[in-house]
Design a protein around this ligand. Structure first.
Ligand code: CA
Length: 223
């Protein structure tokens, strides 16, 4: 199994690489967020959230956009702020430094067991075509839909699990990274604008009191 270690601390990275190789993992390393984003694909990414060049949460999101890969976020300390960053990151799990190899091994096994199905690179919903990796949304006649970043992220969050109801809480967490008083109203407003731009009332279905579902016309993805 291939693991990409994204870690700017040389000593920590070297020690971890030795330990993981002892467990027969194929380990490669990136010392910056930028390097992580252009690294060859792996099965799992151990992502230090405190990188010198980019915000860890942003790196995590962009790694998710590039392709489906299991991600374990690694935060520096155990205080509440770091726990929140770990949770906000959109990673599958998170670890707080310092951690033992046994704990890491257990987390890796757990994450890989529940690894999510591959997101389809292109999703069709009604007359809308969504290319997540290319950040490209087109309508029936092939013209590109100009979406704001939040609108695109909202659509992409649904498109990653086509046909599955995604809860309002999950969308807020994935797109805004947090919740606040009035967050649900903001979600409603963005959803209304997104639907207006798509011009296809059937593309996104509302599941009242729960969330939204992208009405895909592609074959169902087993989960
Ligand atoms: Ca660091």
């Amino acid at each position: 199994m291939r693991i990409l270690l994204v870690e700017d601390d040389d000593r920590f990275a070297e020690a971890l690489t030795v330990a993981l190789r002892r467990h027969r993992f194929d380990v490669s390393r990136a010392a910056t967020g930028a390097a992580a984003l252009i690294a060859p694909p792996t099965d799992l990414i151990l992502l230090d959230m405190g990188l010198p060049d980019m915000d860890g949460v942003e790196v995590c999101r962009r790694l998710r956009d590039i392709g489906q890969v299991a991600i374990i976020a690694v935060t520096a300390r155990g205080d509440e702020r770091d726990r929140v960053i770990g949770l906000r990151s959109g990673a599958d799990d998170y670890l707080i430094k310092p951690f033992g190899v046994a704990e890491l091994r257990a987390r890796i096994d757990a994450v890989m067991r529940r690894a999510r199905p591959l997101a389809p690179p292109v999703v069709h919903a009604g007359t809308t075509r969504i290319d997540i990796a290319q950040h490209l949304v087109t309508t029936a006649n092939g013209s590109a839909v100009a979406l704001t970043r939040k609108e695109f992220e909202l659509l992409a969050a649904l498109a990653r699990q086509p046909g599955v109801v995604v809860s309002r809480e999950r969308l807020l967490l994935e797109v805004w990274g947090t919740q606040w008083p009035g967050a649900h109203r903001t979600l409603d407003v963005h959803m209304a604008t997104l639907r207006g731009k798509l011009g296809d009332p059937k593309a996104v279905q509302t599941i009242h009191g729960v969330g939204y579902r992208l009405a895909t016309n592609d074959a169902a993805i087993p989960s």
